[in-house]
Design a protein around this ligand. Sequence first.
Ligand SMILES: *Cc1c(COP(=O)(O)O)cnc(C)c1O
Length: 384
Amino acid sequence: MTRSFHPPVRTLMGPGPSDVNPRILEALSRPTIGHLDPAFIGLMDDVKRLLQFAFRTQNSLTLPISAPGSAGMECCFVNLVQPGDKVIVAQNGVFGGRMKENVERCGATAILVQDDWGAAVDPHKIEDAIRSHPDAKVLAFVHAETSTGARSDAETLCGLARKAGLLTIVDTVTGLGGIDVNVDGWGADAVYSGTQKCLSCIPGLSPVTFSSRAQETIQKREKKVQSWFLDMGLVMAYWGGGQRAYHHTAPINMLYGLHEALVILEEEGLENAWARHARHHAALAAGLAAIGIEFVVAAEHRLPQLNCVRIPAGVDDALVRRRLLEEYQLEIGSGLGPLAGKVWRIGLMGFAANRTNVLFCLGALEALLARTGAVAAAREFYGP
Ligand SMILES: *Cc1c(COP(=O)(O)O)cnc(C)c1O
């Protein structure tokens, strides 16, 4: 007989999923109701309003896609990009590469603008690309590159695109709830996120928001969106208010979870959440510096929620991560692509961005690397 599955209790300090707030786990276990139940419709209205708050937008087309962040990415591309279009894609890590792949699968041409892994997207290169490709329709870039820990200047990049009449697609899967995401302030057109990073919810939903310009572009499409499931025109008939029509069965309990995550964010306040991420990042950085561990990203472009640091020479990457997991029940992330084997990615996302986790992680690293001073430095940072 197969027995029930009981996962180990870990501390999740990798690139996501992050530790889920117990309030959210409790919300997930509440009774399932029908997806057209009037009580559920009320929850959907709340989720939309709370997402508008989190994204800092008035966009009416703001909702969670019933699938992970990658589906939010795909949703933005398949709705805004038509066959034959030209799209400028900034790549400075893994996720820009996936954007290029999405553009090409839409039958469009990607103009790739590359920056080093660990660098922010260079606005000057984007400006040049826009000038060299006056027929480009869309600029796509990653706000918070989880593979490297770099933060790009979304306001400047969106500004360049708007000035030249391009729409923007912005990946802020790791940004939302951890650093400022200001969709209306940036003038961004299609923005997607995820639930399992700084919202500390379970994986599997992807909040998206579309500007009125993006909505007009979708309405004026000549060709149908090639994905039936992700066609925003159809999804809207369910999420749009008024007479709701069946599109797919919403993941009811996951939406209870997202609702709770957003209620928690509203209670804390956006600025307070960003300040908390910044503070615990600074404490972690102070501790890591004390044991000679260096960051990949220059200080001014670092994401507080994703700390990408160089593995010290002579240290066995896989062995340390295995010991962290087995002896400390602590997960940190490994490097991806050209950074594989060279870096660790220490997440301080959402609920996991707290003093206990910072001290715990530094203590474990100190012990496994046989170095001293990390915990003391972080404690000194926090003060009495
Ligand atoms: C995690 C992540 C994604 C993908 O989200 P999934 O939920 O894993 O599909 C996309 N972009 C960035 C920047 C991410 O960090």
